[in-house]
Design a protein. Structure first.
Length: 586
């Protein structure tokens, strides 16, 4: 197949959002791999991502286990990455429909781990590691990792929990933190989880989770239980424990270094080969982190968590509830609520978030519109049967008023179809109809099986129309199974501000729950630092006092201070093994 005057294409070896071809460069008959996007009329984002990937490949060019890059060029007006071809097949093809032998697995898994370690040493996070992005030469077991289109050059990055219709990575292999639904940043340990999924698939012949749609996959990554399917592995529980450690939902419980993983694989190999059957196997015994990663556990907030759960239990029984969280910026209000995302989805809820912006206070119903847009996008990720189910219920509740919502949230039309224009009404009646349509929407979707949880953040900057919606919500009798959680910075709310006046009014209408979120105590801070440094609590008291004095126990400031200390190399892990503990060096 001709591509242009310079290249001939033989076959497509990978096809998703991008296209990857095998081909021949005509000038020297050299085999190449060419990557471009499915959309030949590339937009600026696709062009920049392709150029970014090319630069990463150049940065990693010295690594034997990464494909070699030749050039970035425009072929027939389409930007492409040209890479050297390699004699191998996709690992996904190599393992397709079979469980590979344990000896074969150990050889391949060690090579993948070694290569990934070299990639991470360059501060590159792959973010899409899976058997379709790994080439293997069946004759010698050599591997090459490719497709860095989703990669980051950051030590870590934070994802919003907002649903924007796009999840970076292949859905069956992404880590819990890559879903954006938990308050945990993406770092090198996210690749460990994806590697664990790949290892599981190699040993079992299938993924640990299968789901009908993206929503179910996300739920499984967050809450699903790993069940091994290969009976031949029953006698090799140590190997299962190694892979299960990679697959921990909490990244702090995964391996913290490739050295730790390789050490355990080597010890298992000795057991498997019969060379040493008397090994006292302690998982992660030599797993010492190379980098400081601040612990992302939630410290000292059990009471706040339980209060929010109590309100949700009332919602599940058919009521509508509202709760406010107050506290200074950075104290952990958003973190508390987002920590409950897995809990909400496990109970069948749809969880939506919206955040006010101090420079967009003049946009009416901004938070309500954002929340419902996210709700619609979540519904659109369900099966077609479920979408049709909601369509019928929604149209029954809102009648011919669907176009009102479509005008401001176009995604809604994909659920209910095209709708007729609505009758024009005077301004006040039109506004009342607008609000009633949203309440009828809640009534149509919310149920005991699918309660709705709305988290409205930074309410100190909220527009007055959204505040009116919240007040109406309190008095509404048509919104059962709905939970409204609002957070605001009480140090930025003046006496006569719209939010303060609204709160005073709400308290006269109904008893509302309010949680005051406080900074960490000295004791809680010591636990946080000890966990981060893999040290005993008594050994970090001096450092904790210094950090507490600088930050006053504010979690955001603590994390930022840790990042600065780490960046300046004032604090690091001494890799001398001493009972497997982290050694603090200054």
């Amino acid at each position: 197949m001709e591509y242009n005057k310079n290249y001939t294409l033989d076959e497509i070896i990978h096809q998703n959002n991008s296209l990857i071809y095998r081909g021949i460069r005509k000038s020297d008959a050299k085999p190449v791999i060419i990557k471009t996007f499915q959309n030949y009329h590339q937009n600026q984002y696709e062009d920049s991502r392709l150029k970014f990937e090319y630069n990463i490949l150049k940065k990693l060019s010295y690594i034997e286990g990464v494909v070699d890059v030749c050039s970035f060029e425009k072929i027939d007006n389409t930007n492409c990455i040209v890479m050297e071809a390699w004699d191998g097949i996709l690992l996904s093809e190599y393992i397709k429909g079979k469980k590979i032998e344990i000896s074969d697995f150990l050889n391949i898994s060690r090579k993948i781990a070694f290569c990934l370690n070299e990639i991470h040493n360059e501060n590159v996070i792959h973010k899409d590691l899976n058997p379709s992005n790994i080439l293997i030469n069946p004759s010698n077991g050599q591997i090459k990792i490719f497709d860095f289109g989703k990669a980051s050059l950051l030590r870590s990055e934070k994802l919003s929990g907002k649903m924007n219709g796009r999840i970076e990575g292949t859905i069956g292999y992404i880590s819990p933190e890559q879903t954006g639904r938990i308050n945990s940043s993406i770092d090198y340990r996210s690749d460990y989880y994806s590697m664990g999924v790949s290892f599981f698939e190699m040993l079992n012949g299938e993924l640990p989770f299968y789901a009908d749609n993206h929503i179910e996959y996300i739920h499984m990554h967050l809450t699903g239980e790993i069940k091994w399917k290969n009976p031949e592995l029953e006698a090799h529980y140590v190997l299962k424990k190694i892979v299960n450690k990679l697959l921990e939902k909490d990244k702090d419980k995964r391996y913290q270094s490739i050295e730790g993983l390789i050490s355990d694989l080597d010890k298992f190999q000795k057991i498997y080969s019969g060379k040493n059957n008397n090994i006292n196997f302690i998982l992660g015994q030599h797993d010492i982190p190379k980098k400081i990663e601040i612990s992302q556990k939630l410290y000292g907030k059990d009471n706040e968590i339980n209060m929010i759960k109590k309100g949700f239990q009332l919602v599940k029984s058919g009521s509508s509830e509202i709760i406010f969280l107050s506290g200074n910026s950075g104290v952990g209000k958003s973190r508390i609520v987002n920590e409950l995302y897995p809990y909400f989805i496990e109970k069948g809820a749809y969880y939506m978030t919206a955040k006010a912006d101090q420079y967009q206070k003049d946009i009416p119903y901004k938070l309500i519109i954002e929340s419902f847009r996210e709700l619609f996008l979540r519904i659109l990720m369900e099966s077609q049967d479920k979408i049709d189910y909601f369509k019928e219920k929604i149209l029954d509740k809102i009648g011919l008023n669907g176009q009102i919502i479509i005008d401001i949230i176009p995604e809604f039309e994909k659920i209910i179809g095209a709708q007729p224009e609505v009758e024009k009404l005077p301004a006040k009646e039109s506004m009342n109809r607008f609000i009633n349509v949203f309440y009828n929407l809640i009534s149509a979707i919310a149920s005991e099986d699918t309660p709705l949880v709305f988290f409205l953040d930074d309410m100190q900057w909220c527009d007055t129309a959204t505040l009116s919606f919240v007040k109406t919500f309190l008095n509404s009798t048509i919104t059962p199974y709905a939970y409204l959680i609002c957070a605001y910075r009480d140090n930025e709310v003046e006496e006569l501000s719209p939010l303060r006046l609204a709160l005073d009014e709400l308290e006269t209408l109904r008893n509302i729950s309010e949680i005051k979120v406080n900074p960490l105590t000295e004791d809680q801070l010591e636990y946080m630092i000890a966990d981060s440094l893999k040290m005993e609590k008594n050994d970090v008291k001096t450092l904790s006092k210094i950090i507490n004095k600088k930050t006053r126990g504010n979690p955001f400031f603590i994390i930022e201070l840790f990042k600065s200390l780490d960046r300046l190399e004032f604090i690091n892990f001494d890799l001398v093994e001493k009972n497997g503990s982290g050694i603090l060096a200054a």
